[in-house]
Design a protein around this ligand. Sequence first.
Ligand SMILES: Cc1ncc(COP(=O)(O)O)c(C=O)c1O
Length: 477
Amino acid sequence: MSGESFVAASERVARWIAEYRERLPSLPVLPDLTPGEVLARLPDKAPESPEPLEAVLEDLDELIVPGLTHWNHPGFLAYFSSSSSDPGILAEFVAAALNVNAMLWKTAPAASELETRMVDWVRQFVGLPSVFEGVLQDTASSSSLTALLAARERAIPGTRERGLRQPDGGGRLRVYQSDQAHSSIDKAAIAAGIGLDGIRRVPSDDRFRMKPAKLLRTLEEDRAAGDNPIMVCATLGTTSTASVDPVAEIAGICAEQGVWLHVDAAYAGPAAALSELQHLFEGWELADSIVLNPHKWLTTPIDCSVLLYRDADAVRRSLNSTPAYLETDVEARNLMDYGLPLGRRFRALKLWFLFRRQGAAELRGMLRRHIELARGFADWVETEARFELAAPPSFSTVCFRAVPPVDHRESASLADWNGWNRRLLEEVNRRGRVFLSHTELSGRFVLRLSVGSAWVRDEDIEAAETELAAVQESLKT
Ligand SMILES: Cc1ncc(COP(=O)(O)O)c(C=O)c1O
């Protein structure tokens, strides 16, 4: 392509994006599809000759868009929403054009240093002390695995060379987390050779927060049995209910027991930027590692996860491995040493565009607005006789249930409640105006609404209320 045709093509694609966004609110959030339908409509061989851009865009409209779950739809209120705001979209475009690979400082000096600076901007945004340094990873799953590998190396020095061997006497390596922790910690334990059987799932209280006394007792019992505690993971903003583990107390236990403390704040981490919520994060500054995802609640296009650590060298020591062809005599931080992948995308550009184009104050305003919208929805649930809260609302997430249509709610069995709520959710989502998700709390099938999108409007929360009320009514007949 000549420069001129590239500009024309870029403008055409930018127009396509603008038009897509304009019609997005009128599209169903979820596609009406069965698995394999899109695949069956795609040619089974790549074209031999080039096709015009218009033909590709036409197929984008006809084959791809109708087959998408639209994460940027303003009615996307499921999971923890990952939306992309304009600065991030533009930064992705530039990053692809630059296509630098920041494996070594030498292979991308400015990208390496911008990443260092952006991680520090995020650190300051959420009010953590300057002892924390970090890198960007693709996802919280990779960040937590990286932290666990560093924790394992600190607990059993030399594992990186020797590999894992069960100590004589058969003591187990142990990871501790609440029964509400995310499955990414399970996966990290699988990958790090600890195994699912090595995980201790510490019970949580009636507000879904880890019970520190139980943690301490389990740690002590395990040590007495000859086991080797590697890491405790506290979650600030759990996946089901966004509950907050008492991290200050947990940090005290970890310090006393000499165990690595990892904090999973993948979703809620950005909320530490709000002065009125800082009490929820008290003690996280004592962690050895912290993960938070700008691609969840900070409107950065997926993927972008910040991994912060207290002892940068602990991570480097556990993972660095430099073949001859990557040796350099430049004294600088090589980002490949702080994670598993060698090749690294230029993710820092997304944070740079985001902070510069929106500013920290506007980002804080957005977080507050999301929390307010979620509180408004929780108030609606509380005033509706046909719905009830299923957990205390936390940050911008609300767990709730619909009351099945029985004369006396006490007479409904758990199966009645679960069956009713499952049907209700299916029908609300089938209608396509909003997308909600579910979780399970002590055997209860629970509905979840989580606000976090750059595109959400007041009317989308109202639409969720209207849809829920209408479907609750219609299912009765
Ligand atoms: C608390 C928590 N931690 C970790 C993750 C995993 O995030 P990622 O998709 O970035 O690996 C999630 C995903 O929702 C989460 O809720």
